[in-house]
Design a protein around this ligand. Sequence first.
Ligand SMILES: Cc1cc2nc3c(=O)[nH]c(=O)nc-3n(C[C@H](O)[C@H](O)[C@H](O)COP(=O)(O)OP(=O)(O)OC[C@H]3O[C@@H](n4cnc5c(N)ncnc54)[C@H](O)[C@@H]3O)c2cc1C
Length: 323
Amino acid sequence: MPVTPTDPLPDRTVDAVVIGGGAAGLNGALVLARSRRSVVVVDSGTPRNAPAEGVHGLLGLDGTPPDELLRRGREEVRRYGGTVVAGEVTSAVGSAGADPRFTVTLAGGGTVRARRVLVATGLRDVLPDVPGLARHWGRGVVHCPYCHGWEVRDEPIGVLAVGPASAHHALLFRQLTDDLVFFTRGTDLDADTRARFAARGIRVVDTPVTEVVSDGDAVTGVRLTDGEVVPRRVLAVATTMLARIDGLDGLGLPVEDLPGGMGRRLVAGLAGSTTVPGVWVAGNATDPTAQVGASAAAGALAGAHLNADLVTADADAALAAAS
Ligand SMILES: Cc1cc2nc3c(=O)[nH]c(=O)nc-3n(C[C@H](O)[C@H](O)[C@H](O)COP(=O)(O)OP(=O)(O)OC[C@H]3O[C@@H](n4cnc5c(N)ncnc54)[C@H](O)[C@@H]3O)c2cc1C
């Protein structure tokens, strides 16, 4: 989903640079631009939901293709004077102080100088290593009952377990189909959970999985080590969710592990504030559970708080100049 068209990089210091132009970054930029802040969004064009056909569960926009939603978002940011640049940030460094300054460098060497930074780089989903799985990601292989659950309702669904949280994942998908198979894949499943699954009509397969079988385009089943193929049209799987932090080391943002080995996130507090003065974080980079609506809302809130910080800095500077 390349960012086209792309704007030229400004050669003056801007109020804010937004790293990442998904729902979080664009909504942050929209709020900043509408606050008459000079803002540059740098986006590498690989949003998390790129494989999905539509964005679901988003009021008023349900089913909109992800690239269409972002295209409209970029247009809205530009309408208020914001700049959107196609590119990948490869380094970001800041200077300390009450009114800090940052330099963000893009692959290819271009730079943006900014007074504040909003990090909205999203996360990377790492799939379990099952042959044949990855090529169906976002279509026949899904993770989120709220994103594509309705679309796969009543289908024969299989849950490929990755750990303890997969049992709950299975109950969520059971809400969507009567035909659910849980492949334990060597993970523990206690007697109580087995009883609950039996009561809900969920079949449990303990035989190890060797591969996902397809007819080319679509998932058709799951092959086991004993050769049996369990027919399935859809597979649900939890991913390891890793905040995208490549190139951001220089900002010194704290990173923490998510519980249960689910991944890692950038640590942020109220409205996306961080322990690094002048830097905010929004969306999946800090909240892996946020869907598009929640990510956009977080970006908007972070943008407002970032503007509030600049307002204070501007007043301090005006006072210093006047006295
Ligand atoms: C298959 C799938 C389907 C989904 N379907 C739905 C759905 O139906 N409804 C829903 O609400 N949610 C859905 N989601 C969740 C949705 O993808 C996220 O909620 C949303 O993308 C988070 O927005 P974000 O702005 O935080 O991150 P992203 O949308 O991932 O945007 C981050 C942006 O930052 C850019 N970036 C990263 N690093 C850099 C860098 N160093 N320099 C420059 N740019 C960078 C990326 O290219 C990307 O464009 C789905 C997720 C998946 C995986």
